[in-house]
Design a protein around this ligand. Structure first.
Ligand code: NG1
Ligand code: ZN
Length: 520
């Protein structure tokens, strides 16, 4: 290990005093100006991870997603585009907080039996935040202690995942941003040709003044016509402010700069373009089409294609406690598809989804994707068909596996999957909104003294600690028709979240407010 290089390089990235860092569900996330040393150290860790895996390409993404503009964050992406395995998260935390970096690096190298000479390539990307470029340089500095760095500059989070995967697995696609664009556009256009669609796909997207805006511009074609609003990435203070998927979902209202025409579909991305939600207005009433709706739309569309193609596959939908109770009921009773629940955080949903031939997972906030197993994909590719209708359905299914990002939730590919599902089924956004009615629901955020005191069980739907609190919540819930309410600590913010739903909006608000009072 080139000790001098580590100490010399690390001296350029001093750790801020009195700050502790924790690698959580979304990697490290805090005020961007505090993150220089942490990002440098994550760079070191990423190259160790590459060495551990015999020189495979690893990714580092610098983003704080939907958080406010002054925040930033960093996470590590594994070779096939997955999140860093949970076993390595404590190493990230250990290095970020270390006062003796060389010893701690040596400790990890010994524990994991790493030959640092094997460190290979680490690809790096960032969103559009003001602190991004400086943190990108810190990451590169850290990576280059043991390995090699390649910066792709501004990227969406899912593009970075794609790039990591395609560097390791050339069959997945060309390892460039252009390769990502080509893969999606050509699959979308081929599906449109198969179904003889003449009119271009059209939608207005609110890009949260984030990186999704410039990236969407690269995806236009004769058959794809996207207008982008909230596309100002130059004004660094505008990111996610009064716009974007998180704003729309949390406030259940239109973002700034969308003047809707009734019955027309709109969509919002978040700041790093891995979440998407849709909406329309009906006589000025706002109708949100969130992650639960995307899951049901895509699952029923794919089911229909499977039937047409006469292919049998086992499909499951994965939800979290934040899924609306009526969406779960609709999936189980009307679509007759099994539902699993996992804790919040896409890595949990992703793992569960991998247990199916087709695993559809979406958080209600719009983060999710559809995973197709390798076994099913090769079966689809080798099945012989006996009619043009079967042939078309089969081809569409294969092409959908190219449109839909197989590594992580992706606003861009989910946007196209939804537009295709609607167009091919001749379904309007209003039809989509009427698939099922939704229970009124509300999300609250409560700042408490110690959020780590809140421990949960049953996919975060019940509290085990603080002792006695769950019984009080149960007693309140019992008083409301179709009431449901749960409390959990946020993994990305210093707060506790309360979710409530009930048969009426007034009851839902009341139930949530009363549970919040229990926390004060
Ligand atoms: P936390 O802060 O742990 O609730 C939020 C989202 C998660 C997930 C992560 C990662 C809600 C209620 N929570 O987590 O679903 O997306 O951010 O970005 O939407
Ligand atoms: Zn995001």
């Amino acid at each position: 290990m080139s000790k001098d290089t580590l100490s010399t390089a690390s001296a350029r990235h001093p750790k801020p005093p009195n700050t502790t860092f924790a690698y959580g569900t979304a990697g490290f996330r805090t005020i961007g100006s505090l993150l220089d040393s942490t990002v440098f150290r994550v760079g070191v860790l990423a190259s160790l991870r590459s060495a551990k895996l015999g020189g495979k390409t690893i990714g580092v993404m610098i983003t704080a997603s939907h958080n406010p503009p002054q925040d930033n964050g960093v996470k590590v992406v594994d070779p096939l585009g997955e999140m860093l395995p949970q076993l390595w998260e404590p190493y990230a935390t250990q290095l970020a907080n270390s006062d003796n970096l060389e010893d701690d690096v040596r400790d990890i190298v010994a524990r994991e039996k790493i030959d640092v000479a094997q460190a290979g390539l680490v690809v790096v990307g960032m969103d559009t935040r003001e602190t991004g470029p400086q943190l990108l340089r810190a990451a590169i500095d850290g990576i280059e202690v043991f390995g090699r760095a390649k910066s792709f500059g501004e990227l969406t989070t899912p593009q970075l995942h794609y790039l990591v995967r395609s560097h390791n697995d050339p069959e997945f696609g060309e390892p460039s941003e252009n390769g990502y664009n080509k893969k999606i556009i050509s699959a979308v256009e081929e599906i449109l040709r198969l179904w003889n669609v003449q009119e271009p796909l059209e939608i207005t997207v609110d890009a949260a003044n984030g990186v999704g805006a410039p990236k969407l511009r690269n995806l236009s074609s004769d058959l794809i016509n996207i207008s982008v609003v909230n596309s100002n990435t130059q004004d660094k203070s505008a990111l996610n402010v009064e716009c974007g998927a998180d704003y729309v979902k949390t406030n259940q209202k239109l973002p700034a700069n969308v003047q809707p025409r009734d019955h027309q579909l709109y969509s919002s991305f978040d700041g790093d373009a891995d979440r998407v939600v849709f909406y329309y207005t009906d006589e000025s009433r706002f109708q949100l089409l969130d992650g639960d709706r995307i899951a049901t739309l895509l699952a029923s569309f794919i089911n229909k294609l499977l039937q047409q193609a006469k292919v049998k596959a086992n499909m499951g939908i994965i939800q979290t406690a934040y899924a609306n109770g009526d969406s779960t009921k609709y999936i189980q009773e009307t679509l007759q598809i099994p539902v699993d629940f996992t804790p919040t955080g896409v890595k949990h949903l992703h793992h569960k989804a991998q247990e199916y031939d087709i695993g559809v997972y979406f958080e209600a906030n719009g983060h999710g994707t559809v995973l197709f197993s390798e076994k099913l994909i090769s079966e689809l590719k080798s099945t012989h068909t006996s009619s043009p209708e079967e042939e078309r359905a089969l081809k569409t299914l294969v092409l959908l596996t190219e449109v839909i990002n197989q590594t992580v939730g992706d606003s861009i590919s989910d946007l196209f999957a939804v537009l295709l599902a609607l167009r091919i089924q001749n379904k309007t956004c209003v039809d989509w909104g009427k698939d099922y009615t939704e229970l009124p629901n509300k999300l609250f955020k409560v700042v408490v003294k110690d959020r780590f005191a809140f421990k949960t069980t049953d996919a975060e739907r019940r509290l085990v600690e603080p002792a006695g609190l769950q019984a009080k919540i149960d007693a309140l819930v019992a008083a409301y028709a179709r009431g449901r309410c749960f409390v959990r600590a946020s993994g990305t913010e210093n707060a506790v979240r309360v979710y409530s739903e009930a048969a009426s909006a007034a009851d839902c608000a009341d139930l949530g407010a009363r549970v919040c009072e229990l926390l004060e």
